[in-house]
Design a protein around this ligand. Sequence first.
Ligand code: F0G
Length: 357
Amino acid sequence: MAHQWRGVIREYFDRLDVTSDTPIITLGEGGTPLVPAQALANLLGAEAVWLKFEGMNPTGSFKDRGMTMAVSKAVGHGAKAVICASTGNTSASAAAYAAQAGIKSVVLIPEGKISLGKLSQAVAHKAEILQVQGNFDDCLILARDLAENYAVHLVNSVNPDRIEGQKTGAFEVVEALGFAPDIHALPVGNAGNYSAYFKGYSEDRAAGTIKHLPQMWGFQAEGSAPFTVGHPVANPETIATAIRIGNPASWDLALNAREVSGGRFGAVSDADILWMHRFLSQEVGVFVEPSSATGAAGLYKSQRQGEKFAGKKIVVTVTGHGLKDPMWALKDVNGNDIQPQSVSKNAAEVAERLGLA
Ligand code: F0G
């Protein structure tokens, strides 16, 4: 019988902070494809580029790797409810894992600023959803406050169980390639995932599985780029709502990861993000939500500014599925709505329309 992937806790049991007493709440997360992206390698002039396609997780984003850990540990501690602040993906994931665990989930989202796909997931999994009159950073302050003072367990990435679960993304990259890439690029919001990949690679290096750490390259949206400006941003703005975050929760972890790995942070415009979002779906066949294209968009911007990637092997994490926020695919480069043409049932006419005749 073919091997059935068992979710990250069972697959990496010995390398995670769990014991045989930890209840395992899983939806089969992890084991996502590492997709060769020749078109992106050509664009960048790199030797090879792979996309770690995290949209293939059960709720459509990388959050599931951390959520299986956070909810399992919460249940192990006797929690009856979990809470998170979210730009949408964390809430979708928390709601699904809480449903599987049979506990309650409470999600705090910035009013009017999460995509319909993500909101529908939280509703579908029966989360208690509150829209906060503020941005993500306000939601996180509120969530932390409630978790400190009431009987509800925080499952944002300030909870180390989340980072612990998400580090398995790096383990999978190393297993798939047999080596560490030269550069690992990804989008940055709270910098939890950036820090988690660094942790995973560092553990692989300590174990002797890889010889060097990849440089960690993290990219933010220009209007929401605290790491490039060097301090929190009060009113973050970007169409990439998943990473519309002004005060990253994992600030110190991320600075350390950048320094130790010899990496860097950068910022890209919304137009660059949308361009790369379209390039990945049209030239690589991988459909991501706009925020998820930010890592690749940052590499391409670096290349345009003179960076040379010749001989480099690069992995880019694309963090969430395109179906989360499909409206961006339905617009052309000029922002006009795309409507499929209407045709009759006549083959000759259709052939003519297709230019086949
Ligand atoms: N990409 C996507 C699709 C995300 O949803 C997020 C974060 C990130 C990248 C950035 O990851 O925060 O670890 O640096 N989304 C969070 C949420 C904030 O609430 O879903 P990070």
